[in-house]
Design a protein around this ligand. Structure first.
Ligand SMILES: Nc1nc2c(ncn2[C@@H]2O[C@H](COP(=O)(O)OP(=O)(O)O)[C@@H](O)[C@H]2O)c(=O)[nH]1
Ligand SMILES: [Mg+2]
Length: 450
């Protein structure tokens, strides 16, 4: 293990006057972490490792009591970072936390941790790989249940196992190719053997299938829903109703909404980016024309569409017309919402009736939406964990391209070189192949104390 200095940080949110916490946690990691506890408790008799103990926390210089809290320490390598670690659970007041942090600083042999430094040390000491480290960041950032579940699986190594398994398969094929290069006179088949070719093709197919599955990224970034429909149908009213605030301007003047307005929502645990768009109609107004163009574009790229029509107008005709020209209407996912049923009743199969004004029909709409989101996310769902990040996608695309070249190479040496490149790309995802600039970028996004 590399010898690294002892670092410390407040691991819980900084207490403020308006929001002090019940408890604040200070963490330390490094070879002298236990020594800090000795200084802060004024006693060399620390509790046994992993045993929490109530102690007076003192200023090591003056001996004055700062607080009384719970202390615990972990002996290297049996800790989160793999180094000796210590944790203090203090009362969550500003003066308490500041005094303890200052006391640690005054000891003179500790450094305030940089963002993500604890997790980075865990990585350096082999406690987790890069996909697991990224999952910790995702878990902290998770806003909905489904996001949390995905992050937790990844933190438990679901993605590392998949990518490392692929790398082992590739390395085995590479070993066969290298044997053919090193011992050309042996009884090995000429060129790239059929078996190795099959292995390479199999690996490539598995990666291609994984790349085609967008569920993981959708879940991290939010599933997109576009609200579309004719002017004045109540699209902006629906957005405001779903987001429980006045995000979009509602007006009886047709053509009010021109830009795409987005709100982030949690619908049944699914993170959703809901977009309100301009009413779809022919218009001479250049700005509105641009709005209508954007509305169609948004409808086409969204994961799911809500078509809002007006119950007091000829909603059947409007529905038919818009679905007919829509590029991506999906019977099983997309929902027709007939709005303003406080003005006129509406009936029909496969519609949801609503009054955006009174809220009548909203529970049914939410249930339909939740079911549609679940259907969408279950599509193409294999047992393999889905891809979650652009960083992984880029490396996998590179690996796939190299595998395609390796599989079609005419010379064994060229195939081996491409296969080696593919394995390097895969190794970058988990960090088996390490690139320092990449590590800087990944861990910079963490908060201090993680
Ligand atoms: N009576 C009634 N009026 C509604 C309802 N929903 C929207 N409106 C009204 O219809 C007009 C157009 O609404 P708006 O949300 O701006 O429609 P948009 O053009 O589709 O975005 C506004 O005057 C709203 O107050 C509803 O459920 N019932
Ligand atoms: Mg509008």
């Amino acid at each position: 293990m590399k010898e690294a200095g002892t670092i410390y940080a407040l691991a819980t949110p900084a207490p403020s006057r308006s929001a002090p916490g019940a408890i604040s946690v200070v963490r330390l990691s490094g070879s002298r972490a236990a020594e800090v506890l000795i200084g802060l408790t004024g006693s060399v008799f620390l509790p046994a490792p992993r045993r929490m103990s109530v102690r007076e926390v003192i200023d090591p210089m003056s001996g004055e009591a700062i607080d009384r809290g719970l202390i615990v320490w972990f002996e290297a390598p049996h800790s989160a970072t793999g180094e000796t670690m210590a944790e203090l659970q203090l009362h969550g007041g500003r003066a308490v936390v500041n005094a303890v942090l200052a006391a640690i600083q005054r000891l003179g042999f500790c450094r305030l941790a940089e963002p993500g430094q604890f997790t980075r040390r865990a990585f350096e000491n082999g406690k987790l790989d890069l996909t697991e480290a990224e999952a910790i960041a995702d878990l902290v950032a998770a806003e909905t249940d489904q996001q949390r579940r995905q992050a937790l699986k990844q933190m438990d190594g679901a993605l590392s196992r998949l990518y490392e398994d692929w790398r082992r398969q590739g390395l085995r094929a590479l070993a066969h190719l290298e044997a053919a290069i090193d011992f050309p006179d042996e009884d090995l088949p000429e060129g790239i053997g059929d078996e190795v070719k099959r292995d390479i093709a199999g690996l490539q197919a598995a990666i291609a299938e994984h790349l085609a599955d967008r569920r993981g990224e959708r879940l991290r970034e939010g599933l997109t829903i576009a609200i579309v429909g004719p002017p004045n149908a109540g699209k902006s009213s629906l957005l405001n109703l779903l987001s429980r605030r006045d995000a979009a301007i509602v007006s009886e003047i047709a053509g009010t909404t021109r830009d795409v307005i987005e709100v982030h929502l949690d619908i049944g645990g699914w993170p959703v980016v809901l977009a309100d768009t301009a009413g779809l109609r022919e218009t001479a107004d250049a700005v509105e024309q641009e709005g209508v163009r954007r509305a169609w574009a948004r409808a086409a790229e969204a994961d799911l569409r809500l078509l809002v029509v007006d119950a007091s107008a000829d909603w059947r005709a409007a529905r038919q017309e818009l679905i007919a020209v829509s590029e991506r209407w999906d019977e099983t996912l997309d929902i027709v919402v007939v709005n303003k049923i406080d003005l006129a009743s509406a009936e029909g199969a496969d519609i949801v009736t609503l009054s955006a004004r009174s809220g009548a029909g909203l529970p049914v709409l939410l249930a339909r939406l939740e079911a549609a989101l679940a259907t969408l996310m279950a599509r193409g769902a294999g047992s393999a964990p889905p891809l979650t990040r652009a960083r992984h996608r880029e490396a996998l695309m590179e690996a796939e391209a190299s595998l395609v070249r390796a599989g079609t190479a005419t010379e064994v040496a060229l195939a081996a070189e491409d296969l080696r490149l593919a394995m390097r790309a895969l190794g970058r995802i988990t960090g088996t192949v390490r690139i320092d600039e990449l590590l800087d970028v990944i861990f910079r996004d963490f908060c201090i104390g993680k």
